[in-house]
Design a protein around this ligand. Structure first.
Ligand SMILES: N[C@@H](CCC(=O)N[C@@H](CS)C(=O)NCC(=O)O)C(=O)O
Length: 200
C-alpha cells in the first residue's frame, strides 16, 4: 500500500498508528501541508479534495478521508466491534471527531505551530476556535467518566481517531490539565502494545 502522508498531520497519523498496530507494511509519499503547488499533479487522479491522507491499495484503488481509511483497514480486526450498535457508536465518535474536534484542535495547531504564518489566525478567530475546542474536550471528558475507552471495553478506531489531534492539542495552546479523564485515556492509549508516536 502507498500512503500519501504528511508527518505532522494528525489525520495521517491516525492511519500510520492503525497500520502499526495491525503490522501492515506500507510505503509513503511525503506531501507538504503548506506548499500546495504540486497537489494536483500528486493527488489529482486519486482524491478530489487533493488532501492527505490518501491511501492507494495494493490493487491500485485509492481511498481518502482518514476515518474512512480507518474503517477500511480496521474491518474484521479487534479495532472494530462486531456488534451493530457498537459499530454505530464507533461511527458516532468518528463523526464527532471530524465535526467538533478536528476543526478546532487541528486548525489552531496548524496555524500556530506549522503554517509559518501564525499571524493569519486572528486573535478573534483563535479565541472562537479555542472555545469550541474546549467544548469538544469537555464532551470527551464527560464521556470518559467511568470508562477506559470510547466504545465498549477495548481500544477501537474511535479512540485512534480521537487521539490523533487530542494528544497534540497543547501545540495549539490548549491546556489539557483540567481534563483528568482525557489525560488518563491518552496515557492508556499510548501504553497499548504496538503504539507508535506521531513523530516515529
Ligand atoms: N477530512 C479529511 C481532512 C484531510 C485534511 O484536512 N488534510 C490536511 C492535512 S491534516 C491537508 O491535506 N491539508 C493541506 C491542504 O488542504 O491542502 C480527513 O479526515 O482525511
Amino acid at each position: 500500500m502507498l500512503l500519501y502522508n504528511s508527518p505532522a498531520s494528525g489525520n495521517c497519523y491516525k492511519v500510520r498508528l492503525l497500520l502499526a498496530h495491525l503490522d501492515i507494511p506500507y510505503e509513503t509519499c511525503e506531501v507538504s501541508v503548506v506548499d500546495r503547488s504540486n497537489r494536483c499533479e500528486l493527488l489529482g487522479e486519486l482524491n478530489p479534495s487533493l488532501r492527505v491522507p490518501t491511501l492507494v491499495l495494493d490493487d491500485g484503488r485509492p481511498l481518502a478521508e482518514s476515518n474512512a481509511i480507518l474503517w477500511y483497514l480496521g474491518d474484521d480486526t479487534r479495532f472494530v466491534p462486531n456488534d451493530v450498535y457498537e459499530r454505530a457508536q464507533v461511527l458516532q465518535w468518528m463523526f464527532f471527531e471530524q465535526y467538533e474536534v478536528e476543526p478546532a484542535l487541528a486548525v489552531v495547531r496548524f496555524w500556530v505551530a506549522y503554517s509559518g504564518s501564525p499571524e493569519k489566525l486572528t486573535p478573534e478567530r483563535r479565541e472562537e476556535l479555542t472555545k469550541s475546542g474546549n467544548r469538544a474536550l469537555s464532551a470527551l471528558e464527560r464521556h470518559l467518566d467511568g470508562r477506559d475507552w470510547f466504545v465498549g471495553d477495548a481500544i477501537t478506531i474511535a479512540d485512534i481517531s480521537l487521539y490523533a489531534y487530542t494528544h497534540v492539542a497543547p501545540e495549539g495552546g490548549f491546556a489539557l490539565e483540567p481534563y483528568l479523564n482525557v489525560r488518563a485515556w491518552l496515557e492508556r492509549l499510548a501504553a497499548e502494545p504496538g503504539h507508535v508516536p506521531i513523530d516515529a
